[in-house]
Design a protein around this ligand. Structure first.
Ligand code: UDP
Length: 490
């Protein structure tokens, strides 16, 4: 029998965080759908949570049919096989470790795949893993691509900061003014990635900017070197100006929104992604509970997989929920209340809010983790109070759910700016103390987005745009197909 024809094979390397692993898995499924082979390569700590029953620690890969027709997964070591502890471990040390350990162990994965007759043809990495490209090159992989899992507007802001506009950004940051960057609309400092305003080496996130600088140097090499592609989890209509702003310098291929559930058929979401880095809440059937609520009546509240709600923020949200008198579904992760005092205080506040709504305690439900895509697609959800992580933002847009944005840091302010610009939600103002959205402001924002016909119309229009982009023949779908074809062996 003739051997099977060689296939394009993408190895997607990510960090062990939900906001990176989720889009990597979605991208892998889309690549497989486009006719390629895809292996998602995650650190051991994440691998064990995704596949608790797998024996991949001994160097094997697992192939999972999770709706993508056989995406494969492989584990590498980032030097923190027991997991990164945000309270105890140091980010700068982590970056050094992941580079040295990861270079060694991703190399081993590449060798194993080649030895098994499945050589990688393109190495893809999510943010801030640029060493992957070097490792891949040394193992005969000719191509590399970055999977940009933040808004392209943030990439444009980083690019222009490192290519001549640093002073403009810092001057604006010092005076809280407006910044003008090439081909982008005027931006306030709060709309830019928060790391751009860091000026002190003592800042806990001071390690981030040099990493982004080396990424920009890779994407926009000085001379002669091969350009690295950028696959962006966005779509043309959503960020046309940012893509145009980068076009002379960086090859941005918009392939989003990369969300597998958009391909499950109409609004029907299969439970196609049960493997998360967090245990799904078994404390109550929130989907059945949502079924009992009227259309567009429920406020869904979540700050993603790593942002923490302070005790005061929880109190303000609880008071706002009591004020609005609408049912709410609220995610508070276990690691948000690992201190017993905080956990007890949070429980009391939430019970009070739930009792106030509907008067009988049935009004609110709290879970430690949920299947967010299914929640956002549920007909009874009418508003999403979010920290505005990029995944949450594109999921809300693709589901047509109005947003109240409560950004904290990184690209979240940029995402909140996009939400307002698209007319799909509002950004909540921080109270005088800074850092917390107060109850009155949150109540105002929730009522504003849930009662506004203009917001509902924009959310519906953008939902249609997002789905059209990734439907057969849509711009993002064509971009992805074209991209995959470049790597098909001739
Ligand atoms: N998410 C989830 N269940 C939850 C909370 C979050 O499935 O209870 C998912 C959410 O759908 C999104 C990801 O976790 O895909 C969070 O990524 P995002 O970029 O929004 O924020 P981050 O966690 O990176 O700050």
């Amino acid at each position: 029998m003739a051997p099977p024809p060689p296939q394009a094979h993408f190895l997607i390397v990510t960090y062990p965080s939900q906001g990176h692993v989720t889009p990597a898995r979605h991208l892998a499924r889309r690549l497989v759908h486009a006719g390629a082979r895809a292996t998602v390569c995650v650190p051991f700590s994440a691998f064990r949570k995704l596949f608790p029953n797998s024996a991949a620690d001994d160097g094997g890969e697992v192939v999972v049919d999770d709706g993508g027709g056989g995406v494969a997964y492989a584990a590498y070591s980032d030097g923190y096989d027991g997991g990164f502890d945000r309270a105890a471990d140091d980010h700068t040390n982590y970056m050094a470790q992941v580079r040295s350990e990861g270079s060694r162990t991703v190399a081993a994965v590449l060798r194993r795949l080649a030895g098994g007759g499945r050589p990688v043809t393109c190495a893809v990495y999510t943010l801030l893993l640029p060493w992957v490209a070097d490792v891949a090159r040394r193992h005969g992989v000719a191509h590399a691509a970055v999977f940009w899992i933040q808004p392209t507007t943030a990439l444009a802001a980083y690019f222009h900061y490192f290519r001549g506009h640093r002073h403009a950004v810092l001057a604006a940051a010092a005076g809280d003014g407006e910044v003008r960057l090439p081909l982008l609309p005027p931006l306030q400092v709060r709309d830019l990635p928060s790391f751009l305003a860091i000026t002190s080496d003592d800042d806990p996130f001071a390690f981030v900017l040099p990493e982004f600088e080396s990424l920009i140097d890779i994407l926009d090499p000085k001379s002669g070197e091969t350009r690295t592609y950028v696959l962006a989890n966005t779509f043309d209509a959503m960020e046309r100006d940012a893509i145009a702003s980068l076009a002379p310098h960086i090859d941005v291929v918009a392939v989003g929104p990369v969300l597998s559930f958009l391909h499950d058929g109409d609004d029907e979401i299969s439970s196609s992604h049960p493997n998360d880095l967090f245990d799904h809440d078994d404390g109550g059937d929130y989907l059945a509970w949502l079924d009992t609520k009227p259309a567009r009546s429920v406020i869904y509240i979540s700050f993603g997989s790593s942002s923490v709600m302070s005790k005061q923020q929880v109190a303000e949200i609880a008071a706002a929920m009591a004020n609005t008198n609408k049912p709410f579904l609220w995610v508070i992760r276990k690691d948000n209340c690992d201190n017993e005092d905080v956990a007890a205080a949070i429980k009391k506040l939430i019970t009070a809010a739930a009792m106030a709504v509907d008067g009988g305690g049935e009004g609110g439900m709290v879970v430690t983790w949920c299947d967010q895509a299914r929640v956002l697609a549920h007909r009874s959800v009418g508003c999403f109070v979010t920290h505005c992580g990029w995944n949450s933002t594109v999921e809300a847009v693709a589901c047509g759910v109005p947003v109240v944005a409560a950004p904290q840091y990184s690209d979240q302010g940029t995402n909140a700016w996009l939400v307002e610009r698209m007319g799909v939600g509002v950004r909540a103002a921080l109270g005088d103390g800074g850092g917390v959205v107060e109850a009155a402001e949150l109540t105002r924002c929730v009522e504003a987005v849930m009662e506004s016909e203009a917001v509902a119309a924009s959310a519906a229009a953008w939902k249609a745009e997002a789905r059209a982009a990734v439907a057969a023949g849509g711009k993002s779908e064509r971009n992805l197909d074209e991209f995959v074809r470049r790597f098909m062996p001739k």
